[in-house]
Design a protein around this ligand. Structure first.
Ligand code: EPU
Length: 419
C-alpha cells in the first residue's frame, strides 16, 4: 500500500489546474449504456474509480477505448447487463448502471453495495423509484435484479430525501420510459445538470435539471454524442483550501467558481482572501490567520459534504472555536482522530465536531480511511511542522488525478513511497 511522505511548512504558489469531475464522469460513462451508437467523452479524469467504471462497462459487453485524452464508448452489444460484486465492492457508484441497463435491455443485475467507511449508503431510493417506473425488482443473494421486459413507463417520483446518484440513476431510466416523468425533490448538484446536458445531446428531452423538479419526456431511443465533463468542484475546493492552509498564493484554474461558492463564502467570512479572477480561475492569497468559522454540510448549493474534511483541516489552525456539522453521512469524521494525532484539538459529539484552532500542527504518522479524509490529512501535513507519513493513499487515488504531482508543482515537499 502506497504512502505519502510530506514535509510541511512550504507556502504553495503557482497554478493548480483542475481535472474533470469524477462524480460527473461516473454517471456520464453509465449513460453511454443507453444507446447503441458511440459516445465520446472528454475531460474524463484518470482516477481509480473511473478505471473501475470502464471495467464495469466492458463487463457488460460495451467497447471502451481511450484516445487523445478522450474516452469512446460503444455499447452496441450489451450481452451481460450486470454489475458483479467484485466491481461493486470497490466502487459504490456502480449502482449507477442499474437504471440505464434496465431501461435499455429490460433487465439488470447489480450487486448491492455494502456500507462504506463514511456511512451505510443504502440504495433503497434508487430501487423504489425504478419500481415506480414499472420495473419489477427482486433483491436476492446480495444482488438487485430489475426487470421491465415491456419497457419502463413514466411516473411521478418523489424522493423522500435528496440523493445525488439516485437522481442520476432514475433520470437515466426515465429518458427511455414511455410518457412524462417528474422527479421531485431531485438533487440539484452540478453533476446532475451535466448528466442532463449529455443526455440531451443524445436526444433526451429533459427540463429543470439543476432544480429540484426535473421533467422528462421519454423518447424511443437515444443516439451518439460528444460531451466535455465539467471541472471537478471538489478538487477545486481542495486546492483553494491547500492555498489557505499552507499560507500560500495560489491560482486554481479551469474551475467553475460558482460551483464552490458555499466554500468561498465561508472562507471569506473566516477572513481569507479568495478572489474570482476570471471566468474559470480563483486566486487565494495568505493575509492573516483565519477566524474559526463553523459550517453545516448540506445538499448543493449548500456546503458540500465532500469538502467538510478538508475544511476541518483548515479550521484546526484558525483562531477560536467553531462547530463543523455533518448532516449527509453518519460517519464522516474519521479524519478527526488522525488530525488529533497531528496536534489538532477536535471533539466529536454525534454529528458535530467542535474544533479549537491551535497555533501549529506537528508532523505525524496517520492513516487515511476514505477519499476526502485522505485529502484532509494531506492538507494538514502541508501545514504541519516536520514530516508526516500518510498511509493508505489508495483512498485518494480513487478520486484525485495526479494529486501529488500537482502539489509538488506548487512547491509542496511530497513524495509517494511505493510498497
Ligand atoms: N441515501 C439513502 N438511500 C438511498 C440513497 C441515499 O438513504 O437510496 C442516503 C445516504 O445514505 C446519504 C444521503 O442519502 O445519507 C445522501 O446520499 P447520496 O445518495 O446523495 O450520495 P451518493 O449519491 O451515494 C454522491 C457522491 C458522493 C457525495 C454524495 C453527497 C458520487 C459518485 N458520489 O454519493 O461523493 O458525497 O453524493 O453529495 O456522485 C466522494 O466523491 O467522495 C463522494 C462520497
Amino acid at each position: 500500500m502506497d504512502k505519502f511522505k510530506i514535509v510541511g511548512g512550504t507556502p504553495l504558489s503557482g497554478e493548480a489546474h483542475v481535472s474533470g469531475s469524477k462524480n460527473s464522469a461516473l454517471p456520464a460513462l453509465a449513460a453511454c449504456l443507453l444507446t447503441d451508437e458511440p459516445v465520446t467523452l472528454r475531460r474524463i479524469p484518470e482516477v481509480k474509480d473511473i478505471l473501475t467504471m470502464k471495467k464495469l462497462l466492458s463487463h457488460t459487453g460495451a467497447r471502451v477505448c481511450n484516445k487523445d485524452g478522450r474516452v469512446h464508448v460503444d455499447a452496441r452489444s450489451l450481452d451481460r447487463p450486470e454489475a458483479p460484486y467484485e466491481v461493486v465492492k470497490t466502487m459504490r457508484a456502480s449502482s449507477l448502471v442499474l437504471g440505464p441497463l434496465v431501461a435499455r435491455t429490460g433487465c439488470a443485475r447489480v450487486s448491492m453495495p455494502g456500507g462504506c467507511a463514511i456511512g451505510a449508503r443504502p440504495i433503497n431510493l434508487h430501487v423504489s423509484a425504478l419500481e415506480e417506473l414499472g420495473a419489477t425488482i427482486e433483491q436476492t443473494h446480495g444482488y438487485v435484479e430489475a426487470r421491465a421486459p415491456e419497457g419502463l413507463l413514466a411516473a411521478n417520483i418523489h424522493f423522500d430525501r435528496i440523493t445525488v446518484t439516485g437522481t442520476e440513476d432514475v433520470l437515466m431510466a426515465a429518458v427511455l420510459a414511455r410518457g412524462e416523468t417528474q422527479i421531485r425533490n431531485a438533487a440539484r448538484e452540478p453533476e446532475v445538470k451535466d448528466l442532463a446536458d449529455l443526455l440531451t445531446k443524445m436526444g433526451a428531452r429533459i427540463e429543470g435539471a439543476g432544480t429540484s423538479i426535473i421533467k422528462v419526456q421519454g423518447v424511443e431511443r437515444l443516439h451518439g454524442a460528444e460531451h466535455t465533463i465539467i471541472p471537478d468542484r471538489i478538487e477545486a475546493g481542495t486546492f483553494v483550501l491547500a492555498g489557505v492552509i499552507s499560507k500560500g498564493d495560489l491560482s486554481v484554474t479551469g474551475c467553475v467558481p460558482d460551483h464552490i461558492a458555499a466554500l468561498t463564502f465561508k472562507l471569506r467570512q473566516a477572513g481569507a482572501e479568495v478572489d474570482e479572477i476570471g471566468a474559470d480561475t480563483m486566486r487565494v492569497r495568505f493575509r492573516k490567520r483565519l477566524k474559526a468559522t463553523g459550517v453545516t454540510t448540506e445538499e448543493y448549493p449548500g456546503f458540500a459534504t465532500d469538502l467538510q474534511a478538508q475544511y476541518m483541516a483548515a479550521m484546526t489552525l484558525a483562531e477560536g472555536t467553531c462547530v463543523v456539522t455533518e448532516t449527509i453521512f453518519e460517519n464522516r469524521f474519521m479524519h478527526a482522530q488522525e488530525l488529533t494525532r497531528m496536534g489538532a484539538n477536535i471533539r466529536i459529539e454525534g454529528r458535530q465536531a467542535i474544533v479549537t484552532g491551535e497555533n501549529e500542527l506537528t508532523g505525524a504518522q496517520v492513516i487515511a480511511s476514505d477519499l476526502r479524509g485522505s485529502a484532509s490529512l494531506i492538507l494538514a501535513a502541508l501545514a504541519a511542522r516536520g514530516e508526516s507519513t500518510i498511509d493508505r493513499v489508495y483512498h485518494m487515488d480513487r478520486g484525485y488525478e495526479r494529486m501529488e504531482r500537482k502539489l509538488a508543482a506548487l512547491g509542496a515537499n511530497i513524495q509517494r513511497v511505493r510498497s
